[in-house]
Design a protein around this ligand. Structure first.
Ligand SMILES: NC(=O)c1ccc[n+]([C@@H]2O[C@H](COP(=O)([O-])OP(=O)(O)OC[C@H]3O[C@@H](n4cnc5c(N)ncnc54)[C@H](OP(=O)(O)O)[C@@H]3O)[C@@H](O)[C@H]2O)c1
Length: 396
């Protein structure tokens, strides 16, 4: 019998501490029990003591991700596991996903490593389908706004009687920075591409996370939005976005699992969004004016300073249209806080709470945020922090 409703693995990392903080202060915290987990008991005790002064006190589980028996014991103690120890491909995320899939325990992580995500699909999708475990990959800013935004736009188009055949997303704001863990994940991506572990086509396959999908057309690329151009549907200048390769693969898995393919997808970032980041950094002298510089080469446990986490924001517009382009829908998803950190920690926590408390479809498997939780998660995110955190709006 699980003794904890939620177990947060990797709580000692930069994102882990933000998630622990949000869980401890959550207005619903009396409705769930929780524990923090990781490999270092002293660090875990420090995180527990720090969050206990602000809200509820979590239990502590010492677990070694490399040791499957230790992982098994941690998972047996949980109804939902949130994993933020990444890079997930390096820190034995597969042991945790496998244990959750087998024991029907819901799971969510912040992985953006497509080769790791694909391996989880190949190895555990069927098992999780059988046991009913929801394994939710990419449950942070990569890729919730894109994934839920596309799903919402498709619903809006369907309400007008249209079926989506083309979808595109443009981030019109993405103001924040990056952490030591993200740096290491980017390095892991470089290393895997240079290795001979996969054929070249694997890295350039837009449908790598939807292996048996009906493809939209042969000319599709991973991110789709590969050059700078004015887009008349979105009424913005946009260009390539460095997070699009992560998000686009996840969105295509959602489109495949929900039966929306063939439907093209492309994702970019507006020129104005890039200028906003430049202004945010320059107006505070990269943090030197406010006594908290932005670390440009953060180590593990380091990331954007508190002022940047609070000043950050994101906004993505999603446009979907029918085959003959006569009917369309335009929606916007916006949120407050540094997208990768303050906002991501809230998104992941709300995913965990939705898995624990909300009525979603009984579908199990290695899923995406949209296919695991969809409208239930949209509602939760909209209600978080009394409506001040995220908004989903139909524009057209
Ligand atoms: N999807 C998104 O939107 C999103 C956003 C932000 C971050 N991320 C990802 O989230 C992950 C975490 O980022 P972060 O900045 O929080 O990283 P971090 O500060 O480096 O934290 C890493 C965590 O992993 C643990 N860890 C390190 N080596 C381990 C090992 N061998 N076995 C088990 N656990 C180990 C660390 O424990 P110790 O404290 O004991 O070292 C720590 O708890 C990264 O993969 C990053 O790319 C994703």
């Amino acid at each position: 019998m699980a003794v904890n409703d939620i177990v947060l693995h990797g709580a000692t990392g930069f994102v882990g501490q933000l998630v622990a903080d949000y869980l401890a202060r959550h207005p619903g915290s009396r409705r769930f029990s929780w524990a923090i987990a990781g490999r270092n008991p002293n660090k875990l005790a420090r995180v527990r003591d720090s969050v206990a002064t602000q809200g509820t006190e979590p239990g502590v589980i010492v677990a070694q991700a490399a040791d499957e028996a230790s992982v098994q014991a941690m998972v047996a103690d949980a109804k939902v596991v949130l994993n933020v120890a990444g890079p997930f491909s390096e820190y034995h995320g597969d042991h945790i996903v496998g244990a959750c899939a087998r024991s029907s325990t819901h799971y969510a992580d912040l992985s953006g490593e497509y080769w790791y995500q694909r391996r989880m699909i190949d190895e555990f999708h069927q098992e999780a389908e059988r046991t009913g475990a929801k394994i939710v990959l990419a449950a942070g800013v990569d890729s919730i706004p894109s994934d839920l935004g596309v799903q919402f736009a498709i619903e809006c188009l369907a309400a007008k009687g249209g079926r989506a055949r083309h979808a595109k997303a443009l981030f019109t704001s993405y103001a924040g920075s990056f952490s030591g863990g993200t740096r290491r994940s980017m390095q892991a991506r470089k290393t895997i591409k240079q290795s001979s572990e996969y054929e070249t086509g694997f890295h350039t396959d837009p449908y790598v996370l939807a292996p048996s999908a009906e493809r939209s057309h042969d000319g599709e690329t991973v991110a789709g939005w590969d050059s700078r151009r004015f887009d008349s549907d979105l009424r913005r200048f946009g260009g390539p976005f460095f997070m699009a390769p992560i998000n686009a693969r996840v969105v295509r898995r959602s489109l495949a699992l929900d039966g929306h393919l063939p439907c093209t997808y492309e994702e970019g970032i507006s020129v104005a969004a890039l200028l906003k980041v430049v202004w945010l950094y320059a107006s505070r002298g990269f943090g030197y004016f406010v006594g908290a510089p932005i670390p440009l080469q953060p180590k593990s446990g380091e990331g954007p300073p508190p002022w940047l986490q609070r000043a950050g924001s994101f906004c993505v517009r999603v446009h979907v249209t029918t085959e003959d382009r006569t009917e369309s829908a335009l929606v916007e998803v916006r949120g407050a806080g540094d997208p990768g950190y303050l906002a991501t920690s809230k998104m992941l926590t709300e995913v965990g709470l939705a898995l624990l408390l909300d009525e979603a479809s009984p579908r199990g498997g290695v899923l995406t945020p949209a296919t695991a939780l969809g409208p239930v998660l949209r509602r939760r995110l909209t209600e978080a922090e009394e409506g001040r955190f995220m908004q989903f709006r139909m524009l057209d």
